[in-house]
Design a binder for this molecule. Structure first.
Ligand SMILES: C[S@@+](CC[C@H](N)C(=O)[O-])C[C@H]1O[C@@H](n2cnc3c(N)ncnc32)[C@H](O)[C@@H]1O
Length: 203
């Protein structure tokens, strides 16, 4: 999956995104923000913020920065923000090459992004870099199964999944091994627990 394929997929999807993926992904978004336990003054970075569906979940006083590689998704997020722009900043940026200094955030989160970016490990390295030592990283994503009907389906759709902007074959254990994360917990979320929330401490 390359940058252009992702940009094209989300340009096509941006206007309909909330209708298709708003409610179905909502429990994962809410749980992630809940687990962050944000306090006033915290600096949060959301990579792949998309249409900004999670932005209203953060408590007052938290400064949230959302970045995304799709200008079309960010346009929808900007329209949603109407009136809250003072505590949220949005920027067009690649999660694999963040334009922020080291240790700039207390918490960094990626919801439904890891299987979308061309190089997930570059994104994770950047999330760790911009998160302060002792801060926390949160990843919510679908991870593929090893066996059973879902595993067969994931294999079947794999050749076409990139055209709708994601990678269907994305096993959790390989992702964790490659990411070298100090995992605090993994929690199944959303329908049938088919997605996973990973909470990790930044060393
Ligand atoms: C499935 S959507 C998730 C959006 C949002 N986080 C949510 O909870 O609905 C994936 C998002 O990741 C963005 N994305 C894909 N590759 C990216 C990259 N390299 N850097 C930043 N954002 C990226 C897409 O543009 C899209 O908005």
């Amino acid at each position: 999956m390359d940058h252009q394929t992702v940009a094209d997929a989300y340009r096509r999807l941006s206007k309909q995104y909330d209708r298709f993926f708003g409610r179905v992904f909502e429990p994962g978004r809410r749980l992630a923000v809940d687990k962050m336990g944000c306090r006033a003054g915290d600096r949060v970075l959301e990579v792949g913020v998309g249409t900004g569906l999670s932005l209203t979940h953060y408590p007052e006083g938290v400064h949230v920065t959302g970045i995304d590689v799709s200008p079309h998704m960010l346009d929808v997020a900007r329209a949603r923000l109407n009136g809250q722009a003072d505590r949220v900043e949005l920027a067009l940026m690649d999660a694999q090459a963040l334009e922020y200094p080291d240790d700039a955030f207390d918490k960094v989160v990626a919801m439904y992004v890891a299987s979308v970016v061309p190089e997930p490990q570059r994104m994770i390295a950047e999330m760790k870099r911009v998160c302060r030592p002792g801060g926390e990283l949160f990843i919510v994503n679908h991870f593929s199964r090893d066996k059973g009907a879902m595993a067969a389906l994931e294999k079947l759709v794999s050749p076409v999944s990139k055209f709708v902007g994601f990678r269907s074959l994305f096993p959790l254990q390989s992702f964790l091994d490659a990411s070298d994360l100090d995992v605090i917990e993994t929690v199944p979320v959303n329908l049938f627990g088919y997605w996973t929330l990973i909470r990790a401490r930044n060393p």
